[in-house]
Design a protein around this ligand. Structure first.
Ligand code: SF4
Length: 327
């Protein structure tokens, strides 16, 4: 699926959430309606053979003035025959049956909800402005109306702990969304969270805590066949906007390394490890952290390795074959 993102930072948002600065995150100004049709046309031309969606990200789409929503829909729907549909992101308290009917009439196929947590105390401490029940009802209504449902979650918000993590994971599983995005909370400049952090009222997760937590979430969702399509903020965010928190340019790769490491350790045999070329960077990157940890845990001087070009990323086996290399 190819997605053409249109950023509408904070458009439709009733207030600024304590952690949010969409301009810093997206590095974009709101796209003008005039510019959208031409960009979508080019996107369709360049991706003729692929399934495509045009997505509005970075605001509360369903809370934008209705005439403006219609204008956005109309400009994208000039290319209706070339795309699967429109994707929007919004808040759970900006969903009801009328809104969904309007979306349906305008070729919306996917709705992403910024839920962040299903835990009452996290929602309250983070001043999200809705409760868990509202979030659950919105997810159910979206599914009943046959939209593709995406849920965005933010471990590490104020009030976060192991209990809130469990509640959020298990509620997400019960709701069975089509996909999940996970963004560990980062303290951005000029947000209320920055003040809380500086006053000592809030401590973000460390990078290693967030790697462990996000890996745990992915594993649990994987067991239930819920796809996680994105972890961590994108890599080209201005680093001077980041005050604190578990931001890493290669957060997704760190998670992949952690998950592969755990998998290898859980299935370990004193034999040659055969891996995909796509995973060499996980072993050797980040200061060889993953390789060192495997060797340390298994008390090995060297790890015998075969690189198999036919292996997809994340695939590995232990084999009796002679190694090509010793790492
Ligand atoms: S988190 Fe969502 S609802 Fe809150 S300010 Fe940011 S874009 Fe708006």
């Amino acid at each position: 699926m190819k997605i053409f993102p249109i950023f509408i930072p904070h458009l439709g948002c009733r207030f600024n959430c304590v952690y949010c600065d969409q301009v810093a995150i997206t590095k974009c100004e709101t796209s003008t309606i005039q510019s959208i049709s031409e960009s979508v046309r080019k996107f369709c031309e360049n991706n003729q053979l692929e399934e495509k969606e045009v997505a509005f990200f970075g605001g509360t789409f369903t809370n934008i003035q209705k005439e403006k929503q219609q204008a956005y829909f109309d400009t994208v729907n000039e290319h209706k025959d070339k795309i699967k549909g429109i994707r929007i992101s919004t808040r759970p308290d900006s969903i009801n049956q009328n809104i969904l009917d309007f979306c349906k009439d305008n070729n919306v196929c996917t709705i992403e909800l910024g839920i962040q947590s299903f835990d009452e105390s996290v929602l309250k401490s983070s001043k999200r402005g809705y409760n868990s029940q509202t979030a659950i009802e919105s997810c159910n209504l979206i599914k009943e109306n046959n939209f593709v449902l995406g849920i965005q979650l933010m471990p590490g918000l104020p009030g976060f702990n192991s209990g809130s993590l469990k509640t959020t994971i298990e509620t997400t599983i019960k709701l069975n969304p089509d996909f999940v995005r996970i963004y560990p909370t980062i303290v951005l400049k000029n947000t209320e969270l920055e003040n809380w952090y500086k006053n000592g009222e809030y401590s973000p997760l460390s990078l290693s805590e967030s790697i462990e937590i996000v890996s745990q979430m992915i594993n649990r969702f994987k067991e239930k066949k819920i796809q996680v399509i994105k972890v961590g903020l994108h890599s080209d965010i201005d680093e001077d906007k980041i005050i604190a928190g578990p931001y890493h340019q290669s957060f997704g790769e760190l998670i992949r390394a952690e998950m592969l490491k755990v998998d290898i350790l859980n299935n370990f045999k004193t034999k040659t490890l055969e891996i995909s070329p796509a995973d060499i960077s996980l072993f050797k990157g980040f200061n060889s952290k993953m390789l060192k940890e495997i060797k340390q845990k298994k008390k090995l001087k060297n790890l015998p390795i075969i690189i198999n070009r036919n292996f997809e990323k994340d695939k590995f086996i232990f084999t009796d074959a002679q190694p090509d290399e010793n790492w």
